[in-house]
Design a protein around this ligand. Structure first.
Ligand SMILES: [Zn+2]
Length: 388
C-alpha cells in the first residue's frame, strides 16, 4: 500500500522525469551535461532518473562522434529517446468499435489497432474487451507499459465531470455504467477519459501540423455529436455538456426532440430522419451513401434533400459561430458524404453576415474519415496532460 509520502515522492520523481523527456523531445539527443543545464537537476538526481529511464527502455545512451571526444579521449556519450518507446496509449470505446493508438513522446503514432464490437454492448463489457485487447498488445510487445506516462480513453455518449478530469491525487470519477479500473490495471499508469468526439476534435486541434486553436467539430451520423476547442483547450462547460450543437433548435415549430425541445438539429439531421425526408419528397433511398451517389448523378429529390439539410445545418453553424467565433468548422460523420453541397449554405450564410468588428476568418470543411481519430485524440490528450 502506498502512503501519502510515497505518492508525493513518486510525483516529484515523475516531474523530474518529464523535464528530462521534454529536453530530449525538443533537442533530439543530449549529453548528460546538456541535460543538467536543460533541466536544472543535480548530477545525482539526473543520474538516478536517467538510470531508471534507461532501464525501462525509454532512453538509450550511445557514443556519438558528432559530439567529438571528451578530455579522456573517449567519444562523448549522448542520450536519445528510444523511438519505439510509447509515451501514451489512447483507447476509444465507440458505439460499435474499439480503437487503440500508441503515441511516442513526440506525438507520432507508433502503433494502432481496431476491433469491431457486437451491437448494444454495455459499458462494462466494452471495458473488459478493451482491457483484453490492450493485454494482447502488451504481450505482443506493441505496448511497453514501463515507458508510458498515461492512458487516455474516449467514450461514446459519456461526458467527464468538469471537476474530475484525470487521475491525480485522486482517481478520476468513472463514467456512468462501468469502472475503468481494468484499463488502469492492465497498463499500470494513470488514466483520463472524456467523450470520444471531444477527443477526436483534439486530434484536429493538436495533431502536428494542425493549428486550430479555435475549432467547432461536428459528427453527423445516427445522432449528432460535437465538440468545441477554445484557445487550444476543450470547452466543457459548468456541467460538462458544453458544445452539443445537435440540441440547438433550428425550427421552433419542428418535431419534438428526445431532449424535450422542438426542432433540434439532431432531431432533423439524424440519418433516419434524413432518409424519411427523402421518402416524403417522393423517393426512398436505402442509405445516406445512396443519396450522396444520387446527388452526383443529378437526381432532383436527392439534391433537394441535401439542400434542405444544408439549410438547417447553416442555421445551427452560424448561431454557433456568432457565439464561439471558431477559425475552423469541421464536419465529419455519415452525412459528410453529401460533400460540398451540404456545406455551401453555411458558407454563404456566414459570408453574408457582417459583424463589423474586424475581418472574420472561418473555414468550413469536411473531415476526411480517420478510423483512429478518437483514440489518437485520447492519446494526444494523455500526452499533453502528463507532459504538462
Ligand atoms: Zn434536442
Amino acid at each position: 500500500m502506498l502512503t501519502r509520502e510515497d505518492s508525493a515522492l513518486a510525483e516529484v520523481r515523475r516531474r523530474h522525469e518529464i523535464r528530462v523527456l521534454e529536453s530530449l523531445v525538443t533537442h533530439g539527443s543530449r549529453t548528460r551535461k546538456d541535460l543538467e543545464s536543460d533541466t536544472k537537476l543535480s548530477r545525482t538526481t539526473l543520474s538516478a532518473i536517467v538510470g531508471e529511464l534507461r532501464q525501462r527502455g525509454v532512453l538509450s545512451e550511445n557514443d556519438q562522434e558528432i559530439y567529438g571526444t571528451g578530455r579522456n579521449g573517449r567519444p562523448t556519450k549522448v542520450l536519445t529517446l528510444n523511438p519505439n518507446a510509447g509515451a501514451a496509449v489512447g483507447v476509444e470505446l465507440g458505439r460499435r468499435r474499439i480503437s487503440v493508438s500508441v503515441k511516442g513522446y513526440d506525438g507520432a503514432t507508433l502503433n494502432s489497432e481496431q476491433r469491431s464490437l457486437a451491437d448494444n454492448l454495455g459499458m462494462a463489457e466494452k471495458v473488459t474487451q478493451a482491457a483484453a485487447l490492450l493485454a494482447e498488445m502488451v504481450q505482443e510487445g506493441r505496448i511497453t507499459p514501463a515507458t508510458l506516462l498515461g492512458v487516455g480513453v474516449g467514450i461514446a455518449s459519456r461526458h467527464a465531470d468538469p471537476r474530475s478530469l484525470a487521475d491525480g491525487g485522486e482517481r478520476q470519477l468513472d463514467p456512468q455504467g462501468a469502472t475503468l479500473d481494468p484499463l488502469r490495471e492492465v497498463l499500470g499508469v494513470p488514466l483520463l477519459w472524456d467523450n470520444n468526439i471531444r477527443l477526436a476534435a483534439m486530434t484536429q486541434a493538436l495533431a502536428p501540423g494542425n493549428t486550430s486553436e479555435n475549432l467547432l467539430y461536428m459528427v453527423l451520423s445516427a445522432g449528432i455529436s460535437s465538440a468545441v476547442v477554445v484557445n487550444g483547450s476543450l470547452l466543457r462547460g459548468g456541467n460538462g455538456i458544453a458544445g452539443e450543437i445537435g440540441h440547438i433548435s433550428v425550427d421552433f415549430d419542428g418535431p419534438q426532440c428526445w431532449c424535450g425541445r422542438r426542432g433540434c438539429l439532431e432531431r432533423l439531421l439524424n440519418e433516419t430522419n434524413v432518409l424519411q425526408e427523402a421518402g416524403q419528397r417522393g423517393q426512398a433511398f436505402e442509405s445516406i451513401e445512396a443519396i450522396a451517389g444520387a446527388v452526383e448523378a443529378g437526381n432532383s429529390v436527392a439534391c433537394e434533400v441535401v439542400d434542405w439539410a444544408g439549410g438547417l445545418l447553416a442555421r445551427a453553424v452560424v448561431s454557433a459561430c456568432v457565439l464561439l467565433d471558431p477559425n475552423r468548422v469541421v464536419v465529419a460523420g455519415e452525412l459528410s458524404q453529401f460533400g460540398e453541397r451540404l456545406l455551401a449554405p453555411a458558407r454563404q450564410a456566414l459570408a453574408e453576415q457582417h459583424l463589423d468588428i474586424g475581418p472574420r476568418t472561418t473555414s468550413i470543411d469536411m473531415a476526411s474519415y480517420v478510423p483512429t481519430a478518437g483514440s489518437d485524440g485520447a492519446a494526444l490528450m494523455a500526452l499533453r496532460h502528463w507532459r504538462a
